[in-house]
Ligand binder design. Structure first.
Ligand code: ATP
Ligand code: MG
Length: 255
């Protein structure tokens, strides 16, 4: 059965697109069939981040009824599949005849994972992407304003009945002013399933247009993302690569 997982945050710039594409790449590394969907229709980034900016048919064409859903799926050299949105302003103005949820439903039972990157905010666009998911991962940063926006996104998800998997706190620097894992869990009332460090390799991988987990597989952020991928799909991280000593300690103390 296909799992439709949507990544929402409320606040912009917290790292949804980076996380969605890299989790997709990491889940693919475990041998799974994954499609990353760019559900951010006004400011799409998935294809840019993966170095595939000029693609002839996009999700915009599919939503406008001008192309079939399958025609907008592309294979990245890493083996990950993506469904990009159109980058031009003309595509943004295209009329929309279909709902994203309806389009993505065509892939039910055809692929194992559909990861849907959501727009910032809680406007029509973000709401549409959230309706296309069955499960939700909230992405946030360890700051109170990111947290209040994430809470709002979660409240909307509850209203429409999506199952929350948990919260991923991204760009963690372990500074004394940051919210801790415990603070976040108390505030949002959901488990924190991943803490991804702020890591310059993320920006470096974007500049080289390659997923971080392939370009810098041993970097701190890549390792955290691969651990998260393993826990989401119920696989053992150690199947992919040996744990570091620090990771073994963290696992043994139950993190
Ligand atoms: N773990 C990280 N360490 C360092 N930089 C990061 C990390 N995660 C994301 N970034 C950087 O943060 C910026 C925003 O990331 P991204 O575009 O993924 O956020 P977003 O939530 O998708 O934004 P938007 O809401 O605009 O769609 C990018 O410059 C990215 O390189
Ligand atoms: Mg984004």
């Amino acid at each position: 059965m296909t799992r439709f997982i949507v990544f929402a945050s409320g606040k912009g710039g917290v790292g949804k697109t980076t996380l969605t594409t890299n989790l997709g790449a990491a889940i693919h590394k475990f041998g799974k069939d994954v499609i990353v969907v760019d559900g951010n229709m006004s400011t799409p980034n998935v294809s840019v981040l993966l170095g595939m900016p000029k693609l002839p048919v996009t999700l915009h064409d599919v939503l406008a009824g001008k192309a079939k859903a399958r025609e907008a799926v592309y294979l990245h050299p890493s083996g990950l599949k993506i469904m990009p949105a159109g980058l031009g302003i003309s595509q943004m103005k295209m009329s929309q005849k279909k709902q994203l949820a309806h389009v993505l439903n065509e892939f039910a039972n055809q692929t194992e994972y559909m990861l849907i990157d959501c727009a910032a905010g809680l406007g029509q666009e973000a709401m549409q992407a959230m309706h296309a998911g069955d499960e939700l991962i909230l992405v946030t940063n360890p700051e109170i304003h990111a947290m209040t926006d994430a809470l709002k996104a979660y409240e909307y998800a509850k209203e429409i009945g999506i199952r929350p998997i948990g919260v991923v706190v991204n760009k963690v620097r372990n500074k004394e002013w940051e919210m801790t894992k415990k603070n976040v869990e108390e505030f949002i009332e959901l488990p924190v399933i991943g803490m991804i460090p702020e890591d310059d390799n993320v920006k470096r991988s974007i500049a080289y247009k390659k997923p971080l987990v392939y370009a810098y597989p041993k970097s701190p952020a890549a390792r955290a993302i691969k651990r998260l991928a393993a826990s989401i799909i119920g696989e053992d991280y150690r199947m992919l690569e040996p744990e570091t000593f620090g990771e073994t300690i963290l696992r043994l103390i139950g993190f």
